[in-house]
Structures are given as structure tokens and as C-alpha cells.
Design a protein around this ligand. Structure first.
Ligand code: ZN
Length: 273
């Protein structure tokens, strides 16, 4: 086994994280971007990859160019999600190449992406929510899912596995997972309503929710997503968790909560080579 952590890298002034177990397969290029290395001004400083914010489109496009150069992928190969905190998963095909960046998207409400096409580069976006990376090293399939508390409680993490089995014939024991930086159990306080929702959908929430005060709870999204993946037969040894909190490390990550919504977006990116 390699190093069971996310690793911080730097290239051309861009800081980004990678998952050693994914790199060891030699099948993919991937990264989780940080806020370091782009051109956007405050409060989007500096590597903002989110369109539809108040950051200038020109800045965001420059940031895409910077990231695609670091990753050595073309912008024509990129396919972007359309996140709504839902659990819809899109099977990305050659016809989708460039959608969301060099061409208009023709789909709505997509929080998960999967593809088995080499050369397509898929993107999902974050500022506190959980990025989940998927790699079936036998069937050669890659995927990304966006798990905020809604996606997490609705088990988008496990729905991705169901889809991989159905569409690609994947076996759970062949799938590697990376659970990236997000708001951590140290900082993510939620209401009693959220606590109730998790208790409806998970059999045991003792490791995911810790009581704080009379009616507030601290939610561990990493643990909840790990549990949803274990329910689908994913091996613990195949799951890498970054344990990095975006709110505690606001100097390197965007945090929607910490910055009260005025912030940029990071991306999870993966391509089968
Ligand atoms: Zn924290």
C-alpha cells in the first residue's frame, strides 16, 4: 500500500492535491485544486473555477487555462457538472466534450459524472461540500460526485457505485475512492432537522453526528460518505480520506461558510489517459 493520504503538489505556482493510490494505477490524470495560483481578485482570490459568481468571466477562463496547462489537458476535452445538490449522475460520452467551457451545456442538475472514455476531462465544483473521486482500475472507469449534506444523506456516494455496476459491470472490490477536502466535523454545525434526516437514511449515525448544545450537531460528512460507500461493498483499504477541513484551512481552500458565501470554487478533476 502507498501513502493513504492526499498529497499537496505545486506546479507553475498552482497548488493542488492528488491521491497516491490513484496515481499508482498509471491510468489517470487528476487533481483537487486549491485557491492558490490563479488571477481572480478578492474575495475570489485567486484560482476561482466557478462561473456564475461575481468574478469576471475573463478571470475564470484564465484560471481554466492555468489549470489545464498544469494538468496537460485541452479545454476542448473538459466536461463540467451542473450542480444542484441532487443525486443525478450523467454518463459522459464523446459528444459531451467541451460542454460547460468551450460549448454550452445541454443538461441540467448533474451532481455526479462517470465516463469510460479516455481523454475526456470531467469537473465538479466545491466550497465546503465533499468531492468524491472514483476509479475502477479493472473496467477503467472514472467518476466524480458532489456531496453536500443533501447529496450525502441521499447517498449519492453509493448511487455512483450502483451506476458503475449497472452501466460498466464494475465490481465494488475493484473501485478506488478519494474523499477530498471539505468542511470538517470540527466546523460543520447542523440543526436537529439535518440530524433527523441522517437518522432516517443511515442505520447508525454515532460516528457521523456529535451533539453540541441542546439542539445542534456537528456533522462528519467524510464518515457519512464512507459509510454509504461501505454499504455498497467498497473496501476500507481502497478509500483515501484527505481529513482536510476547508474552513480551518481558509488560506488554501475556499470555504462558503467561513466566508459567508462570498468566495470562489475549487474543482475535482479526473481524466482517463
Ligand atoms: Zn474545521
Amino acid at each position: 500500500m502507498g501513502n493513504n493520504k492526499f498529497i499537496l503538489n505545486e506546479k507553475n505556482g498552482v497548488k493542488y492535491y492528488t491521491i497516491p493510490s490513484f496515481d499508482e494505477t498509471g491510468l489517470i490524470k487528476h487533481m483537487f485544486t486549491t485557491r492558490i495560483g490563479g488571477v481572480s481578485p478578492k474575495p475570489y482570490d485567486s484560482l476561482n473555477l466557478g462561473f456564475n459568481l461575481e468574478d469576471e468571466k475573463e478571470n475564470v477562463l484564465k484560471n481554466y487555462k492555468i489549470v489545464s496547462d498544469v494538468m496537460e489537458v485541452s479545454l476542448d476535452s473538459c466536461v463540467l457538472s451542473d450542480q444542484t445538490h441532487g443525486t443525478n449522475i450523467r454518463i459522459v460520452t464523446k459528444e459531451d466534450a467541451g460542454k460547460g467551457i468551450v460549448r454550452q451545456k445541454d443538461y441540467k442538475s448533474v451532481d455526479g459524472l462517470l465516463t469510460d472514455i479516455p481523454g475526456l476531462t470531467i469537473f465538479t465544483f466545491y466550497a465546503d461540500c465533499v468531492p468524491i473521486f472514483y476509479l475502477d482500475k479493472v473496467k477503467k472507469v472514472v467518476g466524480l460526485a458532489h456531496g453536500g449534506w443533501r447529496g450525502t444523506v441521499e447517498k449519492i456516494a453509493g448511487k455512483m457505485i450502483d451506476k458503475m455496476i449497472k452501466v460498466y459491470g464494475s465490481r465494488p472490490e475493484d473501485i478506488l475512492i478519494g474523499i477530498g477536502p471539505s468542511i470538517g466535523p470540527c466546523c460543520y454545525e447542523v440543526s436537529e432537522d439535518v440530524f433527523k434526516r441522517f437518522n432516517e437514511n443511515f442505520t447508525n449515525t454515532r460516528n457521523m453526528l456529535k451533539k453540541r448544545g441542546s439542539s445542534r450537531w456537528m456533522l462528519n460528512l467524510w464518515e457519512a460518505n464512507r459509510e454509504a460507500l461501505k454499504e455498497k461493498g467498497i473496501k476500507s483499504r481502497n478509500i483515501t480520506i484527505s481529513n482536510l477541513c476547508t474552513s480551518c484551512n481558509n488560506d488554501i481552500f475556499y470555504s462558503y461558510r467561513k466566508e459567508k458565501g462570498k468566495t470562489g470554487r475549487m474543482a475535482a478533476i479526473i481524466q482517463l489517459v
